[in-house]
Design a binder for this molecule. Structure first.
Ligand code: FES
Ligand SMILES: [Fe+2]
Length: 322
């Protein structure tokens, strides 16, 4: 994990008012809930009193109440009530506060700040220049038994397309990989597949290739798009569960027509095509060893792996700079 980053971890709609939501993300057991105003809170799912899972408790108004001895905590993790001490108690109970993680919501995604809370930045990563609320979208989750870095690398991999997806998006036997060109601008890693049928030509060097209108974009630490056109995109956020598990949330964005409901319908059906492609990837990525990728992995990389090499370099730099 790269520390001090906003990780997209969950769709907002999963955390409903009036209920606790237990989930494992970024190697932590967490419980999420909303207060009476709908404000989101995220605390460690372990009571500081004697360790019971808070998620086995209840939401009491705006507080999560531990199932064991009834201690209550607000969305900031502050302990607000200890029944055994009596309601009249004036004692300072701040030492019972539970560890809380900063969370934010944007475009229907919950982001969690993993790192030092005081370093949390105001804005979270999203493709604002590509996607706004005029799009309709569909979304589905899928569990991969793989480290999130491997899942991300797969989405930046232009070499695998004609092999893994030989009968879907990689049809046509374009096995020769030109470039690809890789850019890192304004925090976005960008690349474009430029593959061709092999007729004996020499692959073009990355600098002789270009970023096309159909490009792949990635924002650290875990959000990616396939910009098919200005009106059609696939977005994936790779929610890290632990060292060996990731949930991919795959969104299909559409605004092909002036009608929202028709766009929503296209997005709904687009989901099935995406699922088929994504399952082709998953079958192979879950077999990769070691589970997580690193810059000095000992893997024998190809010229076409340029986007993956860049991803690894930036990831390493971010890890070292924080
Ligand atoms: S363990 Fe939670 S109140 Fe005692
Ligand atoms: Fe793929």
């Amino acid at each position: 994990m790269i520390p001090n980053q906003w990780y997209a971890i969950l769709p907002s709609r999963e955390v409903k008012r009036g209920a606790l939501y237990a989930v494992k993300r970024v190697n932590l057991d967490l419980v999420l809930f909303r207060d009476a105003e709908g404000k989101l809170g995220c605390v460690v799912d372990q009571c500081p009193h004697r360790g019971a899972a808070l998620s086995a408790g209840k939401l009491a108004g705006s507080h999560v109440r531990c199932p064991f001895h009834g201690l209550e905590f607000d969305t900031e993790g502050n302990c607000r009530r200890i029944p055994a001490n009596g309601n009249a108690s004036k004692e300072d109970i701040s030492r019972y506060n539970v560890k809380q993680y900063p969370v934010q919501e944007l475009m229907g995604i919950i982001y969690l700040w993993f790192g030092e809370s005081e370093k949390a930045t105001a804005s979270v990563p999203f493709f604002h220049d590509q996607i706004d609320n005029s799009f309709s979208y569909s979304e589905f989750p899928d569990h991969w038994n793989a480290h999130y870095s491997r899942c991300i690398e797969n989405q930046l991999d232009v070499v695998h397309v004609p092999i893994v997806h030989y009968n879907t998006i990689g049809k046509g036997n374009k096995t020769l990989v030109n470039g690809p060109k890789v850019l890192y601008e304004n925090g976005m890693l960008k690349t474009s597949a430029n593959n061709e049928v092999d007729t004996g030509q020499t692959p073009k060097k990355p600098d002789d290739c270009e970023i096309r209108s159909l490009y792949l974009g990635f924002l650290f630490p875990n959000i990616w798009i396939n910009h098919i056109s200005d009106k059609l995109m696939v977005l994936i956020y790779f929610a890290p569960v632990d060292e060996e598990n990731t949930i991919l949330y795959v969104r299909f964005y559409c605004k092909l027509t002036p009608f929202r409901s028709l766009n929503a319908l296209i997005a709904f059906f687009g989901k099935f095509a995406n699922k088929r492609i994504e399952r082709q990837d998953k079958r192979v990525v879950v077999t990769q060893k070691p589970a997580a990728s690193t810059l000095k992995s000992g893997e024998k990389l190809l010229t076409g792996d340029g986007p993956i090499i860049k991803y690894r370099k930036i990831r390493q730099e971010l890890k070292e700079s924080t």
